[in-house]
Design a binder for this molecule. Structure first.
Ligand code: SF4
Length: 87
């Protein structure tokens, strides 16, 4: 059984303007809808789907996948870059 929680990422200065996409594997029903919408972002990982561990630039397909996910497993949020990590 996969008990791994959503992936976390420590922000870096290069992440400015990017979004962290998270899939809660406990909620994912493995419908494959998100993968069908954007296979460059979403992929199969065991029984659930997974998103990149690293932040990604905004793309509307992520919003589409979040809205169409039947279980509410997908979330995404802007990466907040710490001041001391700015170049
Ligand atoms: S759309 Fe939602 S329930 Fe379906 S595979 Fe993607 S994360 Fe899982």
């Amino acid at each position: 059984m996969n008990i791994e929680g959503p992936h976390r990422h420590e922000p870096h200065a290069d992440d400015e303007g990017k979004y962290q996409v998270l899939i809660d594997p406990a909620k994912c029903l493995a419908s494959g809808i998100c993968i069908a919408i954007d296979p460059e972002i979403f992929r199969r990982s065991g029984r659930a789907s997974a998103a990149p561990k690293q932040p990604v630039p905004y793309r509307v397909s992520i919003v589409d996948a979040q809205e169409l996910c039947p279980s509410g497993a997908i979330s995404f949020q802007p990466v907040e870059v710490r001041e001391d990590l700015q170049p």
